[in-house]
Design a protein around this ligand. Sequence first.
Ligand code: LER
Ligand code: MN
Length: 274
Amino acid sequence: MTNQLAITAITSGAKRAPLVLRGDLVNAVKQAAEWGYDALEIHVIEAGDFPLQLMKDALARYGVRISAIVTGQIFTRRHRCITSPDPNNRAAAMAEVRDYIDIAAELGATDGIVIGWIKGDRPDSRQEEFDRLLADQLRVLGEYAATKGQRILVEVINRYETNLFTTAAELRAFLDKWDLPNCWIHMDTFHMNIDEADMAAAIRTAGSKMGYLHVADSNRLYPGAGHLNFAEVFAALKEIGYRNTISVECIPEPDSDTAGVQSMAFLSKALKGS
Ligand code: LER
Ligand code: MN
């Protein structure tokens, strides 16, 4: 397989958050290049503070691309959500995601913009209304992203973190029902190991709509540090003709260097054989 390999970066975050590179983003670009990664996935904290020109220069200097821009911090730090019952909150969330899409476009992100927790949870009491609102919001973002040559990558997350789209089948059915052509399925092996009955079957279900992949092992450490069957995952990716990025999103333990280097060693070997 010839997928681009990426690694996750953030300026600052919780110690056990599954983000490998921490601190200055220009250093993260340099480190990703030294470890042999093709690309960097960035959790932007605030669009207004993002060092766009510095990053463009660093990417050109080190020959690294941006795979995706992640929106999670809009939710975790500012509690904004694109389906909030408060119209001001959801308008602010949508405006921020548009700014993140602009950053992705400026940096020429290869895969798109990740939508995870910011999509919100589905309330038991008004499911139909919630689904319509979510579909409308995703359609607006998908259309805006398309004008910038970007895709919306909706992440399938495990049941302990969300009640919405915990399996590939659930998200695929939603995208098909609401006809959202520029919204794509973003899988994560850590979440799949919790909620999918069969990881290879889940990838086949995502099929032609599969837009992005996070990899971590069963314990959310670097691939190879747990008991996931990656051979089966990569065989299914090959079967569906998956050409997009494989991005390492794992807990940086015992330290970032080990996680970055071991992930690259494991993935390059496993992908060569698949
Ligand atoms: C984000 O990509 C993710 O997988 C969530 O579990 C938040 O960490
Ligand atoms: Mn993930």
